[in-house]
Design a protein around this ligand. Structure first.
Ligand SMILES: Cc1cc2nc3c(=O)[nH]c(=O)nc-3n(C[C@H](O)[C@H](O)[C@H](O)COP(=O)(O)O)c2cc1C
Length: 337
């Protein structure tokens, strides 16, 4: 039987399947089920500084209002204040204690000091690694892209100095040249790259003409970009690549390893196909390897990366040119008439 063992962030994993940060990682029941279904590791949903700030403002606002209705509140509870990240930290500890697979905490802060402070607190919970969720949605017309990148490189450097557990970064696709930015982070000694995050996007409902929001689950087509970057990065950086977004089944896991990934993270497929889908994926990867005669992941990891592929143009713009010049060579035979 093939061995699916891999290393991600310097941590040995029994297979490359990691459940990404999501609300499934906020209940003990689902966390245990994730482990039972065969996931190799779990990322706990992010500790968001912004959420804590909002809750703190809300509490202060509510207390201010109550002061006029129940003035004795202030004298009975003079020190009433928001618990900050304590609740989240307690939860992280609980998850770590309830499963035996590696647990990775995730952090998204706003202020540089908080990145470091919360990273230390998360490390103290006993987690095996820390994922820095560099969630930055562009809304500011004046901030230059290079300033955002510099800040994130600085944050990584500061966090690395403050903690000793392995650190990964989860990036969006919104960088002018992600390869250059990844290279900069790699030089800082990051242990893993989660490529890529998927942002919640706003939507509009046209009958009532109002904004609505939904989960924006991925579909299989969304994994082409992570596949491309796994292929481009293989053999060019020290940190491990964990492909993420649009990984729906075993086929997608195999593709990412062939491109060069150390592991994969997935979320949407669990909401669509239930947590037990993990065991189906693990078994199907095993079967594919057995059928192909592969004994372990390194037998085929990176085989179709840019570095090792027989088609040196596979990950470049020439692929696009090929599509325009030779549409008959594409997989689909499209007829519209
Ligand atoms: C309900 C839900 C909650 C999520 N919460 C987080 C989070 O706390 N931190 C984070 O980095 N990503 C979060 N994500 C993003 C996922 O971890 C993942 O990057 C994204 O869904 C793309 O992977 P997928 O295509 O497998 O769904 C969340 C996604 C969903 C659907």
């Amino acid at each position: 039987m093939a061995s699916l063992v891999t290393r991600y962030m310097g941590i040995e994993l029994k297979n490359p399947l990691i459940v990404g940060a999501c609300s499934l990682t906020t209940s003990t029941g689902s966390v245990k089920k994730i482990e039972e279904s065969g996931a190799a590791a779990i990322v706990i949903s992010s500790l968001f500084e912004e959420q804590i700030q909002l809750e703190r403002y809300k509490l202060e606002e509510d207390l201010e209002k109550l002061k006029y209705v129940y003035p004795e509140m202030v004298s009975i509870f003079p020190d009433l204040e928001h618990a900050g990240p304590k609740e989240h930290l307690m939860w992280v500890r609980k998850v770590k204690e309830s499963v035996s697979i590696p647990v990775i905490a995730s952090l998204n802060a706003i202020n540089s000091d908080t990145w470091v402070e919360y990273a230390r607190l998360l490390e103290e919970t006993g987690v095996d690694g820390l994922e820095l969720n560099f969630y930055w949605s562009p809304v500011d017309f004046d901030k230059e892209g290079s300033a955002i990148e510099d800040e994130q490189v600085d944050i990584l450097g500061e966090v690395k100095k403050a903690v000793s557990i392995p650190i990964s970064v989860k990036l969006s696709t919104y960088y002018s040249n992600p390869l250059n930015f990844i290279k900069r982070l790699d030089k800082e000694g990051v242990d893993g790259f989660v490529l890529f995050n998927r942002f919640f996007q706003p939507d509009i409902e046209i009958e009532e003409e109002k904004h609505i929001s939904h989960f924006n689950f991925s579909s299989e087509n969304d994994n082409k970009l992570p596949l491309r970057f796994a292929g481009l990065l293989y053999g060019n950086i020290k940190g491990d690549v964990c492909s993420s977004t649009g990984i729906m089944n075993a086929r997608d896991v195999i593709k990412m390893i062939l491109a060069g990934a150390a592991g994969v993270q997935f979320v949407s497929t669990l909401y669509k196909n239930k947590v037990t889908h993990i065991s189906t994926m693990v078994r199907a990867v095993e079967k594919w390897m057995d059928d192909k005669g592969y004994k372990n992941l390194d037998d085929f990891r990176g085989k179709l990366s840019r570095k090792n592929s027989k088609d040196p143009w596979a990950f470049t713009r020439a692929q696009y040119v090929k599509m325009l010049v030779h549409p008959e060579k594409m997989v689909e035979n499209i007829s519209v008439l």
